[in-house]
Ligand binder design. Structure first.
Ligand code: GDP
Length: 439
C-alpha cells in the first residue's frame, strides 16, 4: 500500500537526519520534498500545499527534545498532519433505526457489491441480523454476485429479478426486513461506468424513498484524482455520509485517501483491502498515516518521549556526565524514567549518552530489578559517593536488597566502567562534551 509515497516521504524526512536542530533552512528542503511526494502520489496540489505549510509551521515551532532526533520529530509532525488531513479521528457508521438502512452507491466496478457483502459479513459477525438488497436492475449478474457473496457471508439476500423499478424493490425490501425483524438493511444500487444523469436520479429517488440512516459512497482508490472528482459529483447529488475506499491492497498511490476528506468534507469510514469477504477495515486516520509513513515505531517512540521524558532532568544529567559527576542517584532517576516509558529494549537509545552503554551491556528489563534494589539500599550519601562503599557497607546493602555481595560488587564494577567510558567520551568529545545521543 502506498509504497512509492512511503519511500519518498521517508527519503524527504531522512534529509533531516543528523541535523542537530530543525531550522528554517533544513526544514524548507524537507518540506519541499514532502510536497513533491504528495503531488506525485496524486494528492490535489492545493491540499498538498496546505498540509506542507502546516508541517513547516509546526516543525519550526517545536523544541527538539533531547531524547529524540529532528528526523524522528519530523516523522511525528508529518504523521499528525496526514492524520488531520484524513479527518483526525475515525467516524463510525450510523446504525440506529429499526432497521438501520445503509445505502451503497458508486460507479460500476468501484467495488460496491463486494463492499455490500463485506459489510454484511462484518455486521453479522457482530451478531446483527442483516439483510442484503440487490437493487441493480440493469445487471442481472450483479444480483447473482450479491447472492453468492450473501451465501458466503451467511447473510440473507433480497432480490426481485423481474422488477425494473429500483425504488419499489428498495421499499419492498425494507417492509420485508421489518417483518423479519432485521436490524440492518444494506442496499446495493446500480452503478454506471461514468457519472450519468439517469443513474444519479435513480439513486437520489431510492434515497428519498427509503430515507437511509447511512449513505455510503464507494470509490476505487486506484483512480486517484478521478476518485476525488467522482466523490464530489456524487456528494452534490446524494449528500452522502461517508466514503468507502476500495482496492487499497493494489498499488494505489494514496492520493484519493489523502485528498477526499478535505475536498468533499466527508469522512472515510471503511477501506477495502482485497477481494475476500473479510478484506474490510474500519478507517482510522492515524493508523493510515502511520502506514503511509511506514514508521509506526518511531512515532510512538516520540509520543512516549514527549509525554514522559523530563527534559530538565535530561539536561541536568548531561551536565553531570560532562563534569564526570554521574552517580547512583542519577542512575536511579534514569531507571525511573525508563520504567515510565515502557520496555527497556525499545527505549535504551533515548537516554542521553547513557543509552548506548546500557545497550552494550545487554541488560534486560528483569535485570534492572536487582540493580534498582541494590541502589535503593544505599544511603543517599553512598549513592552520591560510591567510593565510600567498603566491605561492610556492601554487605549491608546486599542484605538489605536481598542480593548477594557478588551482585553488589558486580554492579559497582559495571558502574565504575560506565563512568570510565563517560570520561573517555568526554575527552573524545573535546570541549563540546557529550556526543549527540544515538545520532
Ligand atoms: P461494483 O460494480 O461496484 O459492484 O464492483 P464489484 O463489487 O463487482 O467489484 C469490481 C471488482 O473489484 C471485482 O473483481 C472485485 O473482486 C474487485 N474488488 C472489490 N473490492 C476490492 C478490494 O478492496 N481489493 C481488490 N483487490 N479488489 C476488489
Amino acid at each position: 500500500m502506498f509504497d512509492s509515497l512511503s519511500t519518498k516521504l521517508d527519503y524527504a524526512i531522512k534529509s533531516l537526519k543528523g541535523e542537530g536542530k530543525i531550522t528554517e533552512i533544513n526544514v524548507a528542503t524537507t518540506v519541499k520534498e514532502i510536497r513533491r511526494a504528495l503531488v506525485d502520489a496524486d494528492v490535489n496540489y492545493k491540499v498538498a500545499k496546505s498540509v506542507t505549510d502546516k508541517i513547516k509551521d509546526e516543525a519550526l515551532g517545536q523544541d527538539v527534545l533531547i531524547a529524540v532526533k529532528p528526523g524522528q520529530l519530523m516523522v511525528k509532525i508529518v504523521a499528525d498532519e496526514l492524520t488531520n488531513l484524513m479527518g483526525g479521528t475515525k467516524v463510525d457508521i450510523n446504525l440506529t433505526g429499526e432497521p438501520a438502512v445503509v445505502l451503497v452507491a458508486g460507479l460500476q466496478g468501484s467495488g460496491k457489491t463486494t463492499f455490500s457483502g463485506k459489510l454484511g459479513y462484518l455486521l453479522k459477525k457482530q451478531n446483527r441480523n442483516v439483510l442484503l438488497v440487490a437493487c441493480d436492475i440493469y445487471r442481472p449478474a450483479a444480483i447473482d454476485q450479491l447472492k453468492v457473496l450473501g451465501e458466503q457471508a451467511g447473510v440473507e439476500v433480497y432480490a426481485e429479478p423481474e422488477n425494473r423499478n429500483a425504488v419499489e424493490i428498495a421499499r419492498n425490501a425494507i417492509a420485508y426486513a421489518k417483518e423479519q425483524r432485521k436490524k440492518v438493511v444494506i442496499v446495493d444500487t446500480a452503478g454506471r461506468l461514468a457519472i450519468d444523469e439517469q443513474m444519479m436520479r435513480e439513486i437520489a429517488e431510492v434515497k428519498k424513498a427509503i430515507q437511509p440512516t447511512e449513505t455510503l459512497f464507494v470509490v476505487d482508490s486506484m483512480t486517484g484524482q478521478d476518485a476525488v472528482n467522482t466523490a464530489k459529483a456524487f456528494n452534490e447529488r446524494l449528500n452522502f455520509d461517508g466514503v468507502v475506499l476500495t482496492k487499497l491492497d493494489g498499488d494505489s498511490r494514496g492520493g484519493a485517501a489523502l485528498s477526499i476528506r478535505t475536498v468533499v468534507e466527508k469522512p472515510i469510514k471503511y477501506i477495502g483491502t482485497g477481494e475476500k469477504l473479510d478484506a474490510i477495515d474500519v478507517f482510522h486516520p492515524d493508523r493510515m498515516a502511520q502506514r503511509i509513513l511506514g514508521m509506526g515505531d518511531v512515532i510512538s517512540l516520540v509520543e512516549r518521549a514527549q509525554q514522559n521524558f523530563d527534559e530538565e532532568e535530561a539536561r541536568r544529567l548531561q551536565k553531570k556526565i560532562r563534569k564526570n559527576q554521574f552517580d547512583f542517584n542519577d542512575f536511579l532517576s534514569q531507571l525511573e524514567q525508563i520504567k515510565k516509558m515502557g520496555s527497556l529494549k525499545d527505549l535504551v537509545g533515548m537516554i542521553p549518552g547513557v543509552g548506548k552503554m546500557v545497550k552494550d551491556m545487554d541488560i534486560s528489563d528483569d535485570a534492572f530489578k536487582p540493580i534498582e534494589a541494590i541502589i535503593r539500599s544505599m544511603t543517599p550519601y553512598e549513592r552520591a559517593n560510591p567510593v565510600v562503599l567498603n566491605g561492610s557497607r556492601r554487605r549491608r546493602i546486599a542484605d538489605g536488597s536481598g542480593t548477594s555481595i557478588q551482585e553488589v560488587n558486580n554492579l559497582l564494577k559495571q558502574f565504575e566502567e560506565m563512568r570510565k567510558m563517560m570520561k573517555a567520551m568526554n575527552n573524545m568529545g573535546g570541549k563540546g562534551g557529550m556526543p549527540v545521543p544515538n545520532a
